[in-house]
Design a protein around this ligand. Structure first.
Ligand code: HAM
Length: 482
């Protein structure tokens, strides 16, 4: 690893101040108020919907072993081959290594001498083995792999069917543009469990898709289109890959370098190609829908039948193969017209073989991830409209009144009233201006006379209506005026 070096001091002060100005990394951004109100609005609605469908939250680490993504998302995918933030994590330093050994030795002192000796010998061998080993780690580019790893690691099959959701940042080194960032946020869910828990059933697929339709409706997002496909099981895929290889053989030489490689190693990934000149060739390739076996066809028909019965519209698109290797059977994307080039607001599908490919038991699953950045872009609401504004601005008037105002603020906040607290050094005019700027509904004047009388002047800022309210009735009065 390259270590941090302090910056050399520049002679010229302007040059120095320019150097000191550190900006956010390209493709990352600060989410600031009032926009964060929109993000909170979305997340609150999402949590409500997940609750109604009996999903529970899971949080997995932001970085994992690189191999996890290579083995699940796939070596040939754009994500793994071009877009991951990967680094070699330092090997253990000598002091770290020695401390760990001492800890382990200490841990054996309560047992018999033989036990302790055996334990020390095996610990020593283990620590020696990876003493100098650096580990390749990667910032997660997506969360399905982490969830399935956690499923296996914690034997979550004991819980039967797991319905899990997550909200959090993901990292991909893509070219930044509107709706595409290097740190972006996903709201995702995974339904996974042993086949005996019903994890393979088309009812799961349909429920997940219906949840998504409900969620988008609930957020007031219109004009979305559900693109639906089945990309079959591993048997179908083998037959389809053969057909693709055959079809690509005579034309691959005319395609881009990536496609030429994919045509041999993983022909399905040819569909991820964005090179315009390759598109007419790709358009003529065989379609997966012709290669589905009977059980896959039936499964897909049942997903469609349930969707029709619950009234969720969809468009069949047998070119939709998704850019990750773990998918089987149902694959889908929701697109939204207002998003421009990055119009996929979410994507997902089944991954019936993923657990096994990571060394776990059979655990069919289906899930999705919504691009939260894109979801927020598609919202009709303005941040202003969903922002929480103070119910009341307390204006302390005169020396010593900060203390009284603080007591009142504490009382009112206990009643769940949103309070903004002023400053006794402000003149009344400045307090009014500050209260108006903060968007407060009321201003409450706290002066010596009011404190003595135990009644306070409460003024509605928009209507100008002003009343004197006894301390004990303040909370009620402010709440009813909401
Ligand atoms: P994905 O299609 O790679 O699927 O990503 C899902 C969504 O994340 C996309 O539809 C898009 O809205 C958003 N997204 C992806 N990359 C970016 C980016 N660079 N900037 C902004 N938004 C982005 C997955 O990640 C799968 N793990 C989904 C899944 C879950 N499949 C099964 N379970």
């Amino acid at each position: 690893m390259v270590s941090y070096k302090p910056e050399a001091r520049s002679q010229k002060p302007e040059a120095r101040s320019q150097k000191l100005m550190i900006k956010a990394i390209r493709g990352t951004r600060d989410l600031l108020p009032p926009d964060t109100a929109l993000w909170n609005f979305v997340e609150a609605a999402v949590r409500d919907v997940f609750r109604a469908y009996n999903f529970q939250e899971i949080r997995t680490p932001i970085f994992e072993e690189t191999q996890l993504f290579a083995r699940s998302v796939g070596e040939e995918t754009d994500i793994v081959s071009k877009e991951m933030y990967t680094w070699e994590d330092k090997a253990r330093s000598f002091p770290e290594w020695a401390l760990e050994l001492l800890d382990r030795v200490q841990g054996t002192l309560g047992g018999s001498k033989l036990e302790a000796l055996n334990y020390i010998a095996s610990s020593r061998a283990e620590i020696e083995a990876d003493r100098w080993k650096a580990q390749s780690l990667t910032l997660r580019p997506e969360n399905t792999a982490g969830v399935v790893r956690a499923y296996i690691e914690h034997k979550l099959w004991d819980r039967g069917l797991n319905k899990l959701y997550y909200i959090g940042p993901q990292f991909r080194r893509e070219r930044p543009q509107k709706g595409r960032y290097r740190q972006f946020y996903q709201i995702g869910a995974e339904v996974i469990g042993p086949p005996t828990a019903g994890s393979e059933s088309p009812a799961r697929d349909a429920e997940v898709l219906e949840l998504l339709a409900t969620l988008l409706d609930r957020l007031g997002i219109e004009n979305w289109t559900l693109q639906l496909n089945s990309i079959g099981c591993s048997n179908d895929r083998a037959k389809y890959n053969d057909a693709l290889r055959k079809a690509l053989e005579p034309v691959a030489a005319e395609m881009c370098a990536d496609c030429q490689r994919r045509a041999v190693t993983n022909p399905l990934r040819v569909f991820d190609c964005k090179v315009p000149e390759d598109q007419p060739i790709i358009e003529k390739l065989p379609r997966i829908s012709q290669y589905l076996d009977e059980p896959c066809r039936k499964h897909f028909e049942e997903v469609q039948a349930i969707l029709k019965s619950v009234g969720v519209e969809f468009h069949l698109n047998d070119r939709l193969v998704r850019g990750l290797d773990y998918y089987t059977r149902t694959a889908f994307e929701f697109t939204h017209g207002a998003l421009g080039a990055q119009n996929a607001i979410l994507g997902g599908g089944r991954y019936d073989g993923l657990s096994e490919s990571l060394g776990g038991p059979s655990a069919p699953g289906i899930g999705f991830a919504i691009g939260e950045d894109r979801l927020v872009l598609a919202l009709k609401q303005s941040a202003e409209a969903v922002q929480v504004k103070p119910d009341v601005y307390i204006a302390p008037l005169g020396t010593g009144m900060d203390r009284e105002a603080a007591r009142l603020a504490r009382e009112l906040r206990r009643h769940d009233i949103v309070v903004e607290l002023g400053d006794e050094n402000f003149r009344l005019k400045k307090s009014f201006e500050t209260a108006t700027k903060a968007g407060a509904r009321y201003i409450l004047i706290v002066g010596e006379n009011e404190v003595k009388a135990g009644a306070f002047t409460l003024k509605h800022l928009e209507s100008g209506e002003q009343v004197s309210v006894p301390r004990s009735e303040l909370a009620k009065r402010i709440q009813t005026g909401r």
